[in-house]
Write a protein that binds this ligand. Structure first.
Ligand SMILES: [Zn+2]
Length: 418
């Protein structure tokens, strides 16, 4: 509740790093708290990243495990003057937010909230988001760190803590120094429902189509002008209507999605995003768009086009499948903390997908943060406590598993135990 009161909104229109200096306000508090716990190397770097190490207290050779969360909040909703409210032992009735009575969190509209009757629920007050995304993750990591510092009798390997800025604007790992971090594997604490583990994300490309028309003075354009805006309009109208779009797909289905258009009669640029869980299908989607575009171009003699395609991020599962132990240990930790594992594929990307491809395999663990990026954001205290338990169990499992056999066999052992 303290962390959410610090305004840490990031800004997609800023080119500075971090995008807003106020993010460091929280990071400085975190560094001070980590040092108070006795974590001596905790520090904030110039780019707004917090690094800290809990040294190993075991003789075993144990992989170095990092826990990661982001300090910034979304620019979709104000993060200034957040007033967190604790609804103790919530009775299941509508949560009316006092500073804007039109903001009502109705359990009927939030199916997961219904499961949390009796929990202590934290909300904002109606005029801002809460910022549980991802300050719940920050709080969970801080609490787990305090636990290990206060219980040195529990053997563990080296634990790394990483707090990043600018996740919400897609730049959360731009300036991370992985060699300085020195971790073998990582987990982000930025998931939602209790028990969930996210080890699969979309693969994502951006595609920019530039349509070239032929300009002429509109008064004397007969037989000369070819209007690029109209070519673009015909092309967009011919996109698949029944599938392959965000508004018609769910679960494991992919899509192509026009996100921006800008132009004149002479030149019009249409930007797309392509998404699928299977990277290879992005090629199919790009080919489909180009085929459609070619047939439209033929209807407008004189027009032409060019296409530029850029990789944005890749499904982290491609990497995590090469290190099955990372997700398997997390699943085991969730079970040891008394929960069933919910495996959710993420219809988006996470910092973990980029970290995974940068060489740090990194699935995402739940925090309880729900309805994020909105004024109706909420989080259950008990969900956060469960996530702390998962982090603690996970560290124990890595210690137990160390020094025995190669990773594949260890995972098999875990699965056999079920
Ligand atoms: Zn987040």
């Amino acid at each position: 509740m303290q962390y959410v009161q610090v305004d840490t909104q990031s800004d997609p229109h800023s080119s500075s790093i971090p995008s807003t200096v106020k993010q460091k306000d929280l990071s400085r508090i975190l560094v001070a708290e980590l040092m108070d716990m006795g974590i001596e190397d905790a520090h904030l770097d110039e780019w707004g990243y917090v690094y800290a190490t809990i040294p190993s207290n075991s003789d075993k050779i144990i992989p170095v495990i990092c826990f990661c969360a982001h300090v910034d909040t979304s620019s979709d909703s104000s993060g200034t003057g957040v007033k967190p409210i604790l609804h103790s032992a919530w009775d299941g009735s509508d949560l009316i937010l006092p500073d804007d009575q039109a903001q009502v969190i109705r359990p009927d509209e939030h199916p997961y909230l219904k499961e949390r009757v009796g929990d202590d629920i934290i909300t904002a007050s109606g005029t801002t988001l809460l910022g549980a995304d991802d300050k719940a993750g920050v709080a969970i990591i801080m609490d787990a760190a305090a636990y290990f510092m206060a219980h040195p009798q529990i053997p563990h390997g080296t634990i790394k803590i990483l707090f990043t800025p600018d996740e919400e604007i897609g730049r959360g790992v731009d300036k991370v120094d992985l060699s300085k971090l020195g971790a073998d594997y990582a987990y982000t604490l930025d998931g939602s429902e209790r028990g969930s583990l996210e080890d699969e994300t979309f693969s994502a490309d951006g595609l920019t189509i530039t349509i070239q028309g032929v300009s002429a003075h509109p008064g004397y354009a007969k037989g000369k002008m070819v209007n690029a805006l109209k070519v673009a309009g015909a092309f967009l109208a011919a996109l698949p209507r029944l599938g392959l779009s965000p508004e018609t797909t769910t679960e494991r289905e992919g899509f192509v999605h026009p996100v921006h258009i800008q132009g004149t009669a002479e030149t019009t640029v249409v930007s797309f995003i392509l998404r699928d869980f299977v990277s290879g299908r992005l090629d199919d989607y790009a080919q489909l768009l180009e085929k459609n575009l070619q047939s439209v171009i033929q209807q407008f003699p004189g027009s032409s086009y060019s296409i530029e395609r850029k990789e944005q991020y890749r499904n982290m599962k491609e990497i995590l499948d090469q290190h099955p132990i990372v997700a398997a240990y997390a699943e085991e930790a969730i079970r040891r903390a008394g929960m069933q594992v919910r495996n959710l594929p993420v219809r988006g990307g996470t910092d973990g997908s980029r970290l995974s491809f940068m060489g740090l395999p990194c699935p995402n663990i739940f925090t309880g943060e729900m309805a994020f990026h909105s004024k109706q954001e909420y989080v259950s205290v008990q969900d956060m406590e469960k996530a702390v338990e998962v982090v603690v169990e996970l560290i124990k499992i890595w210690e137990e598993g160390a020094g025995s056999q190669e990773p594949g066999n260890k995972e098999q052992k875990i699965r056999n135990k079920e």
